[in-house]
Design a binder for this molecule. Sequence first.
Ligand code: MG
Length: 250
Amino acid sequence: MIRLKNEKQIDGIRVSCRLLSAMYKELVPLVKPGVATIELDQWAQDWIKKAGGKPAFLGYGSPKNPFPAALCISINEEVIHGIPSKRRIAEGDLVSIDSGIDLGGFISDQALTIEAGKVSDEARRLNTVTRECLYRGIEAAKAGNRILQISRAIYGHARDAGYGVVHQFCGHGVGLELHEDPQVPNYAHGPNPRMTEGFVIAIEPMINLGAGDVEILDDEWTVVTADRKLSAHWEHTIAIFRDRTEILTE
Ligand code: MG
């Protein structure tokens, strides 16, 4: 069931989203060769708590294996859901960071891929195209259009560049919970509701240098490309109004 948000709810979600993008503004410069990903996560947990929010990803999932961090940090062939650890970021890494904040019950969700130091030309191009895919998707996200128009815009741009599109994971409704209906796939597949005023969704292309196939590692979280080639990930939370679409995490 798609929960349409009223103006007051969107106001609350917007505050959460702006807080999240403010966190990223300070976090991105810290993502450099030599830093351990667990250090970045500790920094983020402290930052979010100090700002009066709760890390929305911390403890998410099944009680048996809850996600243990505020940030998903996924490096190179890791696509999403990487768990922060003592691993240190190396020169040339593609570092995808995904995070969310729960601010008084209003949930934000945003991801971006950072180039650590000097990355290869193929890594930079993949990252650029993935970010473009996000904005192509956002352009298609407006009242009157259908969800799969977003998917087609993302898929088409990635395929034109020769990249693989991850099928097994997708964008989603967000705002009152971390994952709500509808699904927002990165390829045209499944239910295709028409967007109306009050839709709040996270659009999140996950684009691979090679094939779109992925695997989940033994930690039951980290998603990697099946061919172990590079992946990138960009995400915004957006709100649909009758006559405009607003990127809330910007
Ligand atoms: Mg998301």
